[in-house]
Structures are given as C-alpha cells and as structure tokens.
Design a protein around this ligand. Structure first.
Ligand code: COA
Length: 351
C-alpha cells in the first residue's frame, strides 16, 4: 500500500502594521535598545492594532494566504487546528472563531495549548490524521496577541520586551511522493517547571500549586477566585518568567530533540538544509546553532523584526523563509521548539 505522508501545501503569515521599537518601549519602562539587542537580538516587534486585530483575526488573515497558495477553498478544509496561549476568549477556543470567519462549514476545530511548541504539536496531530487518511486538508494556525496582556511598567520589562504579536498558517495535505513530506515528529513535556514561564491568573488554580494565597479573598465563599483585586494590585495577572532557568533548559532541549528526529530518520545534522527554530531569543538560537555546528545559511531567524511570537513564530519564520526562496523542493527542513510547560518538540520535513 502506498504510504501517505503530510506535505505543507501552502503557507501564509500576518503581522499587524503597528511596529514597536526598543526605543518606543524605553519611553514607558526602564529599558533600552542596547540591553534588549544584546540579550535577545530583538530590534522591533509588532503589536496588534487595538480593537481590530486578535489572534483569531490574524490567524484568519494568515490562513487566507495559505489557502490561496494551496489552491483550496473554505469548502475543502476538513479540520482546523489552532495553537495559541493568548486566546481571544478564555472559551471557546480560537479554532471555532477562525472557522466562522472563513465560513468553513462544520468541520472539526481543535485548540492546542502548548505555547511555543504549539505549532509543532499541532503539526504532529495533523500528521496522524493525514497519514491515516482521515483528513485531506487541515488548516494549522499558530497565532498570538501578547501585547494586550503584558506589563508595560518596569516591573514586567524582562518579559515584555521579548514578546510580539502575529500569526502563521499552513495547509497540510497528503502526499504519496516518495520520501517527501513530514518524516517524523517528536513531542516532549516536563510539567515540573510549569510555573517557570506561565500566565497563571486569571485561572482556577486558587494557589494550590504555588502556595500563594495572598491574592485570594478568604472571607467571602462566593468571591471570584479567577480574577481578584489583589491579583491586579500586585501585577499577578501578568505572565511571569524565570529567564535564566528558561534559557538553560532551552539550550539543552533544542539540540536534544533535533538529535532525536535525526536519529529516528537515520539522518545527520549535515543533511539539514534549513533549521527553523522557535524564535525564543536570538541568543538561544545562536547557542543551538553553535552546538550543532550549522552554518549561518542553515538557520533562519527573524526574531529581530517580530520578537518572540510564541505559537506563531515557527509558521511566520517558515513562511518568510519560503517566500525568500530559502526552502526549495527536496530540502530537509527541521522545525524545533521549546517553551512554557515546559514543552519541546521537533519535526523533519522533506520539502
Ligand atoms: N531592560 C533592562 N534591564 C532589564 C530588563 C530590560 N528589559 N529586564 C531585566 N533587566 C535587568 C534585571 O532587572 C537585572 O538587573 P539587576 O542586575 O540590577 O538585578 C539585569 O537586567 C540582569 O537580569 P537577568 O535576568 O540576570 O538578565 P539575563 O542576562 O538573564 O537576561 C533574559 C534576561 C530574559 C533576556 C534571559 O534570561 C533570556 O533570554 N531568557 C530566556 C527567555 C526566553 O527565551 N523566553 C521565551 C522562551 S519561549
């Protein structure tokens, strides 16, 4: 029987028009261009235009481009996978919002909550459906609007300077072309470090994992535990990150999970034509590049322009690299991600 594999039939990305430079940020918090560039490589990022762009609207725009390039219409899409950590609504998820905006009919819509690894996790899920012949056109989106939910005071500067908004999308289809398509995917997680990079409030945890109970009202049994005045007063409704701990784990897990994918396919680092790492931080990507001994032309980075767009970063970077002609027929493309969870993941694709 002919083996079905998953190919990327179309890619698209959307970033908001609103460019925010490091100098812009230094006007609202105690930071500066030099610090941000030296530690993260970021020069500017995009922020949603308020009251216009959301993760699902940006995902929809990216999807339209991917669909046109894949030559598929709304009636052809038979499954949606939407990855984000910054959803339009707490519920329902962004998948159904995209489905509505694109007029997709009643296909299934799945939401993925794996942060920076969300796109690769989504790709792995889609790959299973395509290989088994269940679906023929899957729309996979990674989209984030961080800017509405980060702390623009100096208190939040370590997190805030890193993140940007945007969306990327891919149309995934079956292929029977010998040796082509998604060759392998590898997913990992370690929940022991769940709070090391997290956006915990609003949430339903009521402090049971963190022991923090000063942000929850004790006397009123019906008071909201999701969002409380104390949370807002102390800024605990913003994301938090142990930057150095994240960095140390990232530079270990990226090479590890890339190595795992190579081993599973009997390939070696020398076979990689293009590595598209999650755009966490340019220093992390450079560290990984050095460990793997990859030349500059084999690693695609665009964090300088967009910041870290979490689930959107890999599809934005992959699409931009493809648009620049850096992804060619027959190339071996490696995707790799690490982030909150911790979760980490890789995929190898023969284009
Ligand atoms: N601007 C200016 N100074 C800042 C700052 C900012 N945006 N953010 C933090 N600082 C200050 C700190 O307060 C600290 O000051 P102090 O020495 O007076 O206490 C100093 O800079 C150094 O902070 P530190 O946290 O030790 O810096 P670092 O070298 O670890 O760099 C990160 C911070 C966040 C850039 C770095 O840890 C990192 O890149 N981590 C990985 C983050 C990441 O990739 N996250 C996404 C994963 S998907």
């Amino acid at each position: 029987m002919t083996q079905l594999r998953t190919k990327i039939a179309g890619l698209g990305f959307y970033v908001p028009d609103n460019v925010v430079t490091n100098d812009d940020l230094s006007k609202v918090m105690d930071t500066n261009d030099q610090w941000i560039r030296e530690r993260t490589g970021i020069e500017e990022r995009r922020y949603v235009t308020r009251f216009k762009d959301t993760p699902s609207t940006m995902g929809t725009e990216a999807a339209k481009i991917a669909m046109e390039r894949a030559n598929v219409g709304p009636e052809d899409i038979d499954f949606v996978i939407f990855a984000t950590l910054s959803p339009d609504y707490y519920f329902p998820g962004g998948g159904v919002l995209v489905q509505r905006q694109l007029g997709l009919g009643h296909c299934g819509a799945l939401d993925v909550r794996n942060q920076c690894s969300g796109f690769v996790y989504g790709l792995s899920v889609a790959d299973q459906y395509i290989r088994t012949g269940t679906y023929k056109n899957i729309l996979l989106i990674g989209a984030e609007a961080h800017s509405p939910g980060i702390d623009f005071s100096t208190r939040g500067r370590d997190v805030t300077v890193i993140f940007g908004d945007g969306a990327g999308a891919a149309i995934l289809q079956p292929t029977t072309e010998e040796g082509k398509g998604v060759l392998t995917t590898h997913l990992h997680a370690d929940g022991n470090y769940a709070e090391k990079l997290a956006f915990m409030n609003p949430g339903s945890h009521s402090g049971v994992f963190t022991g923090q109970d000063d942000i929850f009202p004790k006397t009123d049994p019906y008071a909201s535990l999701m969002i409380t005045p104390q949370m807002v007063e102390t800024g605990q409704h913003y994301p938090n990150m142990d930057g150095q701990f994240v960095f140390k784990n990232a530079v270990k897990r990226f090479p590890e999970v890339i190595g795992e994918a190579l081993q599973a396919t009997g390939l070696s680092v020398k076979d990689i034509d293009l590595l598209v790492p999650h755009q966490a931080n340019l220093r992390i990507a450079q560290f990984v590049q050095k460990i793997l001994q990859l030349s500059d032309d084999k690693v695609y980075n665009n964090i300088q322009k967009y910041g870290n767009t979490t689930a959107a970063s890999i599809p934005i970077a992959l699409c931009e690299a493809w648009e620049k002609g850096l992804v060619k027929e027959g190339d071996l493309v490696c995707l790799a991600a690490f982030g909150s969870g911790f979760t980490w993941a890789s995929a190898l694709i023969r284009w």
